[in-house]
Design a protein around this ligand. Structure first.
Ligand code: CA
Length: 227
């Protein structure tokens, strides 16, 4: 059973989300402010965290930055529609996904499934794949190391890098990556998400992020890794 932490100060929203997720078979825990949310997120094991932005105590950004220093658990940010830019800010800080309020339960459940599925899928295999002798994937541990050093990747960064490694030689547009890695369809996806995540990944993977060797840009087409 997957455990989900809901960090949300609006009780009506937290309760209805918890109710619906429990009915789907998830175990949930609600934290009504940022400080408690961070404490729970660091102190207990969760498979996924839903994190509101506007919170008393620490806000969602502060919780996310502090959390990312220690844990790579998938985080879905809950943002208000007027906080359009926050999506990008959240992704830069290490969020894996976002959902805009007001959202439907079906939308939320789909996003949760998409983020958990990547994790489950990645846990299946145990083989090690090498990339130019420098990048090595350990599927069982969901880790990718570079030159023998484990990269500190979030679940989404791992999924994106793994996807590009497994499809070396093919160029993918932002829309295709949104569909394949985020499982966004149509208007739900914002292609800037892909650029932010690629930038974040390059900072972790490349020797010189401004002059990448691994994750390459095909101008006007998208991103790829060399075969
Ligand atoms: Ca709030």
């Amino acid at each position: 059973m997957s455990r989900i932490l809901i960090v949300e100060d609006e009780h009506a929203i937290a309760d209805i989300v918890a109710f619906n997720l429990n009915r789907e078979g998830y175990e949930t825990l609600i934290a009504a402010d940022g400080t408690t949310g961070l404490e729970k997120a660091l102190g207990e094991e969760f498979d996924l965290i839903l994190l509101d932005v506007m919170l008393p105590g620490l806000d969602g950004w502060e919780v996310l930055s502090a959390l990312r220093e220690k844990k790579t658990v998938p985080v879905i940010m809950l943002t208000a529609r007027e906080e359009e830019l926050d999506k990008i800010h959240g992704l830069e800080l290490g969020a894996d996904d976002y959902i805009t309020k007001p959202f439907s339960m079906n939308e939320l459940k789909a996003r949760i499934r998409a983020n958990l599925r990547r994790v489950d899928y990645a846990k299946v295999g145990e083989q090690v794949v090498t990339e130019g002798q420098r990048l090595v994937v350990n599927h069982a541990l969901m880790q990718i190391s570079k030159d023998g050093r484990i990269l500190e990747l979030t679940a989404k960064e791992y999924a994106l890098l793994l996807f590009l490694m497994e499809h070396r030689g093919s160029v993918f547009s932002r829309e295709q990556l949104l569909e394949q890695v985020w499982e966004f369809e149509g208007f739900l996806g914002d292609t800037r998400v892909v650029d932010v995540m690629i930038r974040r990944l390059r900072e972790k993977v490349e020797d010189d992020p401004g002059n990448p060797d691994f994750i390459l840009t095909k101008r006007g087409a998208g991103y790829y890794m060399e075969a």
